[in-house]
Ligand binder design. Structure first.
Ligand code: FAD
Length: 286
């Protein structure tokens, strides 16, 4: 099943993201979590690609596991540390396994990267290569409601995003955000720039205190006062923080649905219990 068809059907979608293990030793526990999340019947499941490509084998394996459950699979693929040849190899594997959907990413630049020796500099080049390899692949791209951290300004970032969409993106998925107002403004900017592909809103349930600083540092997302207060009040009580984090994410999703945003992606962090709790909270809304 192609994700673009799900997104263009007009029905709301709720999708979930998992990440592969860094080592072979953890593959079984990740596979168990993936199976448990698949049982919740999300619209589709995505599986990330480890920075530098070190976990590419696991990404393919998990994507294939997802597909075997009957849930459509979206495999992430990043290019900054890849050669044209490794990308072609990964695409061949995905094609052989019947994985139809790819999220095409640049990836974060590793420290000390020699940019003169790269096969790929930006995600739009990867999107072009995927479509050239097989125009039938459904390809998504990443977008950033608060701007990508490397971009000098808003206008440039949106211009670059347009370039990526024009290269063949069928849909976009956002970086996580904790303030829906920022997402709504972003949608206006996309429309003004002539970007009309479906945009999936990425929501990260923050369910423990440790996750807060790591997530904010990685995503550079704005932390609203309301969210900060919640962490200050409940952060030291794991059960309370988990409950509050699930409710905050649910509240964000309800606001998005109420404002006509139909496509929601949950960064589940491989936690079936958190995924299930959010789904239960939304059982009559989707
Ligand atoms: P790009 O679209 O290439 O943009 C990167 C920067 O370059 C931006 O500042 C943009 O404005 C600029 N730019 C883009 N095109 C051009 C151009 N042609 N000329 C000049 N400037 C340009 N990382 C992983 O390693 N694995 C994952 O699985 C993963 N999944 C992700 C999923 C989502 C939904 C998101 C939002 C991010 C994910 N990331 C992942 C992180 C991502 O790889 C980083 O944010 C990375 O720094 C940028 O990737 P991109 O594909 O958005 O890059």
């Amino acid at each position: 099943m192609k994700i673009k068809d799900l997104l263009n059907s007009g029905n709301p979608t709720l999708s979930m993201e998992v990440f592969p293990p860094k080592t072979d030793a953890n593959i079984e526990s990740v596979e168990k979590a993936v199976a448990a999340i698949a049982k919740l019947s999300p619209s589709f499941m995505s599986v990330t690609y480890g920075a530098g490509g070190g976990t590419s084998v696991h990404t393919v394996r998990i994507a294939s596991n997802i597909r075997a459950t009957g849930v459509p699979a979206l495999a992430h693929l990043s290019c900054i540390s890849s050669t044209k040849e490794t990308v072609r190899t990964q695409l061949s594997k995905l094609q052989e396994l019947g994985i139809e959907n790819i999220l095409a990413l640049r990836g974060d630049k590793p420290e000390g990267l020699d940019e003169s020796r790269l096969d790929y500099h930006y995600a739009n080049e990867l999107v072009e290569d995927i479509k050239r390899f097989n125009p039938d692949f459904c390809v998504g791209g990443a977008c950033y409601p608060e701007g990508h951290p490397d971009a000098p300004d808003w206008k440039t970032d949106i211009k670059n995003l347009k370039r990526k969409v024009d290269a063949g993106c069928d849909f976009l998925t956002t970086q996580m955000f904790f303030d829906n107002g920022l997402f709504y403004s972003f949608l206006y900017r996309l429309r003004d720039a002539g970007i009309h592909v479906p945009v999936i809103a990425g929501i990260m349930p923050i369910t423990n205190e440790k996750q807060v600083s790591r997530t904010m540092k990685l995503s550079q997302a704005f932390m609203p006062t309301r969210f900060r207060a919640l962490v200050d009040r409940f952060g030291s009580n794991p059960e309370a923080m988990k409950q509050a984090g699930i409710i905050y994410a649910t509240d964000q999703i309800i606001d998005l649905l109420a404002n006509g945003v139909n496509n929601i992606h949950i960064y589940t962090m491989n936690k079936p219990d958190v995924s299930e709790a959010i789904m239960k909270n939304l059982s009559h809304l989707m």
